[in-house]
Design a protein around this ligand. Structure first.
Ligand code: UDP
Length: 337
């Protein structure tokens, strides 16, 4: 009989919690393993929560002993580029060594389907856009390196075992669930979050980091993907790995379309109706000019169909979520993920 019990590490976080909801709605039986360092237990809409740290391999193994998992979705990680530069060892511990712990448990307990949260940061400074999965990874910071090292561990282990994996390389994730029940779980300094904060008066002004890039308006271009489309990619990956002809895959997650910083800020001003103050500042270290996903492969392999490829909707849901947080005065954890 087909099992459908899934382990979701980091299920209380931003992308994990959106995916968890879709998995729950699709009828999967879920166990979430999360240390709640950056996630929020209120975001766990389905499944059983085990509060634990991935560094604690004994506790993790105990969870594998108690549940007969069919697959693991490994989200739990630290995700701040500047923080990774300051604390590289923390990133290699939390992202690389902990991924290794999860894989050891997969090996010990015979779990052979693995879905991994990776990042466009593995590509570093791309020379060509859109960036396809054939591009040789060359990360610029410990965050990207920690994820690429995990990818290589997964790949090498799969070559030596019957593990099949889908590695999803996320581009710029943004927005919140359309119903307004889920959103990001911690303060972020990403562009759309910063612009929403400025529009809502949480910060007095925002900065454009770099106006001298080689792009049409001089500002950085990114591929913004709605969090629920990204969540759906995980469900599609799980369904794919159930197929008898499934093979291991590395897939970009984006829309294949980019917006500049100025375009995004204009959109947030238009949708919020607030003409907040924007100042032009120097480039951030290591920021590439343009990062757009070559996104054909995920559609082709997984049959992924994005439903929210709409910057208006991404911005509207992000704004609605921030407004809700203000209205509820819900404390958001100061943390890294
Ligand atoms: N950015 C900006 N002001 C901000 C935050 C970001 O100008 O307050 C720019 C950043 O330099 C980059 C783009 O917006 O060109 C996207 O940055 P973000 O931090 O959202 O994601 P990243 O692409 O760095 O992962």
């Amino acid at each position: 009989m087909k099992k459908n019990k899934i382990l979701v590490t980091g299920g209380a976080g931003y992308i994990g919690s959106h995916t968890l909801k879709q998995l729950g709605e699709a009828g999967y039986d879920i166990v979430v393993y999360d240390n709640l360092s950056t996630g929020n237990s209120n975001n766990i809409t389905y499944g059983k929560l085990v509060v634990g740290d991935l560094a604690d391999r004994q506790q993790l193994a105990q969870v594998f002993t108690e549940h007969d998992f069919d697959a693991v979705l490994h989200f739990a990680a630290s995700i701040s580029v500047p923080e990774s530069v300051l604390k590289p060892l923390d990133y290699y511990s939390n992202n690389t060594a902990n991924a290794l712990n999860v894989l050891h448990c997969c090996q010990q307990f015979g779990v052979n389907k693995f879905i991994f949260s990776s990042t466009a940061a593995v590509y570093g400074q791309p020379t060509d856009n859109p960036i396809t999965e054939a591009t040789i990874p060359d990360p610029l910071n410990p965050y990207g390196s920690s994820k690429l090292m995990s990818e290589r561990i997964i790949r090498d282990y799969a070559l030596a075992s019957d593990l099949k994996y889908v590695i999803l390389r996320y581009f710029n994730v943004a927005g919140a669930e359309v119903s307004g029940s889920l959103g990001k779980t911690q303060p972020a300094h990403h562009l759309i979050a910063a612009a929403c904060d400025a529009a809502l008066g949480k910060i007095p002004k925002m900065s454009i980091f770099g106006t001298d890039f080689d792009t049409p308006d001089g500002t950085g271009i990114r591929d913004y993907i709605h969090v629920d489309d990204l969540a759906r990619a995980h469900l599609d990956a799980l369904i794919y790995l159930d197929r008898s002809d499934a093979t291991s895959q590395i897939l970009n997650c984006g829309y294949g379309q980019g917006y500049s910083v100025r375009q995004v800020i204009e959109k947030v001003k238009q949708i919020s109706g607030v003409d907040f103050t924007v100042i032009e500042a120097a480039r951030r270290a290591g920021d590439p000019a343009c990062v757009i996903a070559g996104a054909d492969r995920i559609t082709e392999i997984l049959g992924w169909k994005p439903r929210f490829n709409d910057l208006d909707l991404i911005v509207q849901t992000a704004l609605d979520w921030e407004k809700k947080l203000i209205a509820n005065a819900q404390p958001v954890k100061q943390a890294i993920h």
